[in-house]
Design a protein around this ligand. Structure first.
Ligand SMILES: Cc1cc2nc3c(=O)[nH]c(=O)nc-3n(C[C@H](O)[C@H](O)[C@H](O)COP(=O)(O)OP(=O)(O)OC[C@H]3O[C@@H](n4cnc5c(N)ncnc54)[C@H](O)[C@@H]3O)c2cc1C
Length: 465
């Protein structure tokens, strides 16, 4: 057997000092030589554990082999036959806990950089083939109509597969642009919007129609869609409702939900104000409460918008932080300060009702709670004040209740998520499937895509039966 190459090719990135002042992409992508060298590390093991580790079951060794052999169109074909959004996944998927975690090389040292290679192939396609070339062969139309509600990764994946199966698909999106969190949440410096829109266009090129500015539950209900002739409905409306701490002072001016802050910055392009109309107040000392990807993104946006000091306030330790390790490291390199084992008790305001400070507890970790993580407990008498002029609350989200409250016979959980079968996405309501964050609560792009794929298969089976 050939000797294992354990030297993973590093991803070129903008220098921390420079990137902390701009919204250009941090990770700059492999060159051809770097991609070839990294692809050469894949040992093409017959067990293919990476494929099982991928929720959309991409034929990973095969696309890497085609890349290694220089057959780029074939690498694109293999990748896109399972994944309609490879440029997105190659950038934001947590590969370290999916395909790369189970890579055979990971048992010895660094796994093959599958995500980076996926990104390389997707970017090569955009630069060299145009978005529409990887179209699958035309299929005979089935005459069946499917309404897909929302246009995040769950819906785009379901729509792509349903269109490939020959069904007539219409996506209804509440916002003025398609893409869901990929457009309004994840910042440009991690996921350029041009790439999201290129992949949305690819889904449209497969035959999915996209109706923007269409709030289902207001303009029409799910029952009205079914009555108007749709044969099935897929719900992929995500979890866009922010959670708050419900502590004194939380409605002072200068305290944002991460949803509002990131939507202003990303979707409405506040970072280009006044060229774009939407402003955002950032201030000089910004506290972001939370330890997930949303918190890291908010903190890094605030820094780029000119804050002098940006703190991550997290009630557990770094070990328990749910954010991707790579993004925690990026944030630290850029100068974000981590105040761990710290939890706000109340917010302090001035006479004009603007936030000026935050009284916090020092925390310690007790016994594990139901999530398996050690429970944070406030140390009595440990209160101290941090001066701040803007706070961003990034504590998680739940589904907006609009769909559940306007749809007859849909079952929801105590958390407000829609109840659906884990393997098929079927809800208890006839002709209605659901997947992504609306079912799981806030999760990941690839888990939403996996759910969209499984639901599309089940809808297809139902429509053909
Ligand atoms: C800031 C941020 C950073 C993140 N970073 C990462 C990351 O690095 N890696 C990762 O894997 N995951 C990340 N995530 C999580 C990931 O983006 C989500 O899990 C994923 O987008 C969920 O996909 P979805 O299709 O279920 O819903 P969404 O992406 O939320 O899309 C739902 C869509 O439905 C639309 N909609 C809602 N209600 C209606 C209605 N009534 N009618 C019509 N349309 C409606 C919404 O406008 C939206 O466009 C991040 C999330 C955030 C907020």
């Amino acid at each position: 057997m050939a000797k294992l190459n354990l030297n993973r090719v590093e991803m070129p990135r903008q220098e921390p000092k420079a990137r902390a002042k701009n919204f250009n992409e941090v990770a700059q992508g492999y060159s051809l030589e770097q991609a070839m060298e990294e692809a050469g590390r894949c040992i093409q093991c017959p067990k293919r554990p990476c494929v099982e580790g991928c929720p959309v079951v991409v034929d990973i060794p095969e696309f890497i082999l085609a890349l290694r052999e220089g057959d780029m169109p074939e690498a694109v074909r293999i990748l896109k036959s399972k994944n309609a959004l490879p440029g997105i996944c190659g950038r934001v998927c947590p590969q370290e806990t999916q395909c790369e975690e189970v890579c055979t090389l990971a048992k010895k040292d660094a796994p093959v950089a599958i995500g980076r290679l996926e990104r390389y192939v997707a970017d090569w396609e955009r630069a060299n083939m145009g978005e529409k070339k990887a179209k699958t062969n035309p299929v005979k139309p089935t005459g069946k109509r499917v309404a897909v509600v929302g246009s995040g990764p769950a819906s785009l994946t379901a729509a792509a597969d349903l269109a490939r199966f020959g069904h007539s698909v219409t996506i209804f999106e509440a916002l003025h642009i398609a893409g869901g969190v990929l457009m309004y949440g994840i910042p440009e410096f991690r996921l350029p919007k041009e790439i999201v829109q290129a992949e949305v266009e690819y889904v449209a090129s497969l035959g999915a129609k996209i109706e923007l500015d269409s709030v289902v539950g207001k303009l029409m209900t799910i029952d009205e869609l079914l009555d108007s002739g749709y044969d099935a409905v897929f719900l992929g409306t995500g979890a866009g409702l922010p959670m708050f701490m419900n502590i004194p002072g939380e409605n002072l001016n200068g305290i944002y939900s991460a949803n509002e802050f990131l939507t202003r910055v990303n979707l409405m392009k506040a970072y280009k104000f006044p060229e774009y109309d939407t402003p955002v107040k950032v201030g000089k000392r910004v506290a972001v409460i939370g330890g997930g990807n949303v918190a890291m993104d908010s903190a890094r946006c605030a820094l780029r918008l000119g804050a002098d000091e940006v703190y991550i306030i997290y009630r557990r330790s770094e070990v328990e932080m749910p954010a991707r390790r790579e993004e925690v490291e990026n944030a630290k390199e850029e100068g974000i300060q981590f105040k761990l084992l710290t939890n706000p008790k109340r917010f302090l305001g001035n006479e004009q009702n603007w936030v000026v400070g935050m009284e916090c507890y020092e925390m310690e970790l007790g016994e594990p709670d139901e999530s398996g993580r050690r429970r944070p407990v406030a140390k009595p008498g440990s209160e101290f004040v941090i001066d701040v002029d803007v706070v961003v609350v990034a504590l998680g989200t739940t589904p907006n209740p609009l769909i559940a409250s306007t749809t007859r016979g849909l079952e929801t959980s105590k958390r407000g998520t829609v109840v659906a079968d884990e393997t098929t996405g079927k809800t208890v309501k006839d002709k209605v499937w659901a997947g992504g964050d609306i079912v799981t609560g806030a999760a990941t792009v690839i888990s939403a895509m996996g759910a969209g794929k499984r639901a599309a298969e089940d809808i297809d089976k139902y429509l053909r039966s």
